[in-house]
Design a protein around this ligand. Structure first.
Ligand code: SF4
Ligand SMILES: [Zn+2]
Length: 461
């Protein structure tokens, strides 16, 4: 039989954890980060994850293995623009083996969290578009880049391998990044030929923001050449806003770079980039946003960029970003041999009046790489016969050189006429055959005085 004292203790032992939980939940933390804590004080069978905002208030109360997209969305919708929930080693559990996620992780096609030990047993899934996707096993986080030669950056971050936009002329599948990873692509997404199947596979780097954070914390040196200026470009080998999952990874990476005071260049064909306008506005000029817009003829562009959103929607998105005071640029590439001087003038005028971009990079289409035949065929299949015929002619070297020279010169002249800062990207191979204009194009390619006004990166402490 229990006496009064033992009843009192029993009651206290029930109430104390409840009070404690209430107390913990209501305590403002005063930190300036969002964070997750695993609150298992009342029951080890059903621990809960408490999400706190930088103001210390509770923003969410979740089971220990919530969906990854829910966590990323919670981070976006409840935090400040530069807040980010870091998901590594905070008490999250693997949906497969229930072990805590202490290091790398990914997500299944239904967004269930998966620890790195269970990644191999996660099977690739195909969607209604015929795109097969899974988790990318690559270790790459922040890679040094030769794109400083194009005045773009010193570093690149790619949030995925593959790109569902599947542009027919895309040079990425002919780079070592795809060619040298033949076995991995075959094993992970059953791809036989990374080039001809380009557009039909996508491997996500879900934990990239977490790994980037740790990499930047450790990094003691930072490259900043005069032509690359320490900029990090997202992305050069995929489209960083092609779907919600890549957009969530991109947002986390941009926030990490801004927090570490690194200049960022976004390049995308997706209007979904506007979803991160709050982040760009908070970056104090550290972020510039650009889109590839070769023409505003949606049907023409769609014929060889079959999976990408229409270029008119890209322009609308960039206009919103520009109107918000964020620096923007245009990659007017690759332009087509069917575009006349008047077409190009109209396009540049549109950029000038609607965007007032810091710079317009220009590159004519190049008939090099294993996929040019596919580009011609895609235009023909889409009924763009004139485009297909003109592209076909570029397979003759003299035609290609003549076309490139004329279009590059025309864009340069129109830039002067319309007061649009132009940066030409003549192809390296083309320069060899540019005759009397060789030195001019060489200078255009190699110059390091881009009109973009970038803040310098802050060197690591
Ligand atoms: S959006 Fe860029 S990376 Fe993607 S397929 Fe097109 S050119 Fe290639
Ligand atoms: Zn696991």
């Amino acid at each position: 039989m229990a006496d009064n004292n033992s009843v009192g203790w029993e009651l206290l032992s029930i109430l104390l954890p409840l009070f404690r939980e209430q107390f913990i939940e209501n305590q403002p933390r005063g930190t300036n980060e969002m964070e997750i804590e695993c609150n298992d004080s009342t029951s080890t069978d059903s621990p809960r994850l408490i999400i706190r905002g930088y103001d210390g208030q509770i923003k969410g109360n979740l089971p220990p293995s919530p969906k990854l997209n829910r966590l990323r969305e919670l981070s976006r919708s409840t935090g400040g623009p530069l807040e980010r929930l870091d998901l590594m080693d905070v008490g999250l559990q693997c949906s497969e083996c229930s072990n805590p996620i202490t290091d790398r992780f990914g997500a299944s096609s239904t967004s269930d969290l998966i620890c790195w030990d269970c990644v191999d047993s996660n099977l690739a899934e195909s969607d209604a578009r015929g795109v097969t996707s899974t988790i990318d096993p690559t270790k790459a986080v922040l890679s040094s880049s030769a794109l400083h030669h194009k005045n773009l950056c010193n570093y690149v971050i790619n949030v995925a391998t593959g790109c569902t936009h599947g542009c027919k002329f895309c040079y990425v599948p002919s780079t070592p990044n795809i060619k040298m990873r033949k076995d991995m692509l075959n094993e992970q997404v059953d791809v036989e030929d990374g080039q001809s199947e380009w557009g039909s596979y996508l491997l996500y780097r879900d934990d990239l923001p977490e790994r980037l954070n740790r990499k930047l914390e450790r990094k003691r040196t930072w490259d900043a050449t005069p032509d690359g200026r320490g900029v990090v470009m997202i992305s050069s080998g995929t489209d960083c806003y092609q779907d919600r999952r890549t957009a969530q990874i991109t947002r986390g990476c941009v926030i990490e770079l801004i927090k570490h005071k690194k200049p960022v260049r976004i390049l995308t064909r997706s209007p979904a980039v506007v979803r991160d306008l709050d982040v760009f506005k908070s970056a104090n000029g550290l972020v510039t946003v650009g889109s590839s817009i070769p023409s505003l003829d949606d049907n023409l562009v769609r014929s060889i960029e079959p999976g990408a959103p229409a270029p008119t929607t890209r322009l609308n998105a960039l206009e919103k970003i520009s109107n918000a005071g964020v620096p923007v640029y245009v990659s007017m590439s690759p332009t087509y041999p069917t575009q006349s001087r008047d077409d190009l003038r109209r396009l540049l005028k549109e950029f000038k009046t609607r965007l007032d971009p810091d710079v317009v990079f220009h590159e004519p289409i190049n008939p090099r790489g294993g996929n040019f035949g596919m580009t011609v065929q895609a235009a023909r299949d889409a009924g763009q016969i004139e485009l297909a015929n003109e592209l076909e002619k570029l397979q003759d070297r003299d035609n290609w050189v003549e076309y490139s020279k004329n279009q590059l010169m025309t864009v340069r002249e129109l830039g002067n006429e319309l007061d649009v800062p132009i940066h030409l990207w003549p192809d390296k191979e083309f320069i060899k055959y540019a005759g009397e204009h060789k030195e001019f194009f060489k200078h255009e390619r190699e110059k390091d005085d881009s009109p973009e006004d970038y803040p310098q990166p802050v060197p690591p402490a």
